[in-house]
Write a protein that binds this ligand. Structure first.
Ligand SMILES: [Zn+2]
Length: 110
């Protein structure tokens, strides 16, 4: 069990940032970022696998078809709701606005 992951962004090692520069003078490289795992970024969070939103997006662009094949959505899902009601809201400064209140209909939950 390691305490780090390499960023899974397929182009992480091609991004021009100083923190990715490694190696000795004359043979420098841009290296994939290492992600130190802690209680906030671990195997339950995308930030245990990606150093940035950019790298996560690159991963999606490259592997989207394969990712969704893990849990394909072949039909829509529905959540039963009560008929929406338009209600007037007002904050303590006297500013008012209308909003649609949408409530889940627990009696029709499957
Ligand atoms: Zn990265």
């Amino acid at each position: 069990m390691t305490d780090f992951n390499w960023c899974h962004g397929p182009q992480c090692h091609e991004k021009h940032t100083v923190d990715r520069v490694r190696g000795v003078k004359g043979s420098k490289v841009l290296r994939t970022r290492k992600i130190k795992l802690n209680r906030w970024n671990n195997e339950h969070s995308q930030w245990g696998f990606f150093c940035s939103t950019h790298c996560q997006n690159d991963f999606w662009k490259t592997y989207a078809t394969q990712i969704v094949a893990i849990a394909p959505r072949t039909e829509c899902l529905e959540t039963p709701i009560e008929d929406p009601k338009k209600t007037r809201h007002e904050n303590s400064y006297g500013y008012g606005w209308n909003a649609w209140d949408i409530k889940v209909d627990e009696t029709r939950q499957t």
